[in-house]
Ligand binder design. Sequence first.
Ligand code: GLN
Length: 547
Amino acid sequence: MSRKARKYVFVIGGVMSGVGKGIATSSIAKIVQSRGFSVNAVKVDPYLNVDAGTMNPTEHGEVFVIKSGLECDQDLGNYERFLNKDLQDDLYITSGMIYQHVISRERNLGFRGKCVEAIPHIRDEIILRFRRTVDFNEADISIIEIGGTVGDYQNIMFIEAARVLKVEHPDDVLFIMVSYLPIPQGLGEMKTRPTQNAVRQLNSYGVQPDVIIARSERALDKKRKDKIAVSCNVPADHVISAPDVESIYDVPLNFEKDNIGEMILSGLKMKARKKTNDLSRWRKFVSKSKHAKEKVSIALIGKYFDVGDFTLSDSYISIIEALKISAYTLGRKPELTWVSAGEFEKNPRMLKKLDNFDGIVVPGGFGERAVEGKIKAIKYAREKKIPYFGLCYGMQLAVVEYARNVANLRGAHTTEVDPDTPNPVIDIIPEQKELLEKQKYGGTMRLGGYIALLKKGTIARKVYGSELVEERHRHRYEVNPEYIERLTESGLVFSGTSPDRKLMEIAEIPRNKHPFFVGVQFHPEFQARPLSPHPLFTEFLKAAIKN
Ligand code: GLN
């Protein structure tokens, strides 16, 4: 039986990066999904890294881990949050993956003596992978975001592959350009010229955009809409005004005002289906977020905070969104503050600053920088009974703190920081040790979804409301089994473990001793979504609100 036609929307950036192409892609995907279609959202990253795992989050943003364990660009996180579903390996494509595959095939005589070249072999491999994106879960359509901007050398091959798909299937491929209209200071007037040039550049590749999303500080007026339409060869109602908005979650609702859903469906000759109520649930969530007035203030403690012009919000995007989502659900406005752990090392009196917050989070991290400051902050949260939520490294360091200061394990530490500690309460898993010794870093951590078994009568069990949960991981170190008895005797509860009970997944202090002190070895933030907030984040914020 032949498959129904695969449909594609390619989202391409014009003028410059950083104007919200990822959110535009997520929003388009959401809108099409709300029309009753099964949608996959796809990120193409033109870099040669095979995946995002080896990249520094302070330069490239968060490394998002999907269920399979693949380490992806942060946009996959946006897609999952908007679409409210798990995405899979085929939906993240890098030049590194394509070249690695084609070259290894060449080494294995897979091309039977032919000369292997970018055209056709790289291009055709890309086309093959584009097709596969729709095949995953037998979707109706893929919304494919091509990283970078028109005019980059790196993404040309992907645009070329998309062009060929359009030639072969004219009714099944649509191009959307997300462009930018600057308003130069002093002029105060919105300029369309860069967009015109970007479209011309795209035209020179043989591609004509069907829709132009005009990002700008302000809404687009009719005059400029018409100007873009005439000069860029698109109907005026296909130019979407996309002004800056307060919250990224407004974007699908804004796009719908310009009828982008109809435009895409009719452009792809897709028959409208019954709408789902997903967008109305979305609307409810957005309205709740707007009406939240009373604050809940959270301190996020880490080391990545003194890095010049890089926006921290990118390196911790999933945590920020998880906190926002849960806060809105509770009718509160989250106030998130970055606190550098380094300052607690220099001056422990600074810890008093933490009294100003309703709750404290120590997120994931690597290496020794600012670790002692983080441990001091955790001790403060434990002793002063400030709600504490530790994520991955934040859990490991909470165990270190507890070991040192409650279980009296002198000099306790993680061997990641102090390999010679007398009490290695956090230690590397043996298989991980071998990989590290061989200097095999890419994609070698304990990655992706693993099941945790939750213990009766604990906070974790109560909050999740089930005995088994699956959460996503990204770490090399673990609570050392040799110390579990000692830590448990001194009052720390390991409320979540791997099903064989060997690996500790959740550590907590019981409710009668602390309002909320929970550390998780995994990254719950990766599964928090507007239409399904994460129960642990919600519970942490409830405790913070009470505080
Ligand atoms: N550095 C720690 C480890 O490798 C924690 C990692 C993390 O926080 N993601 O186990």
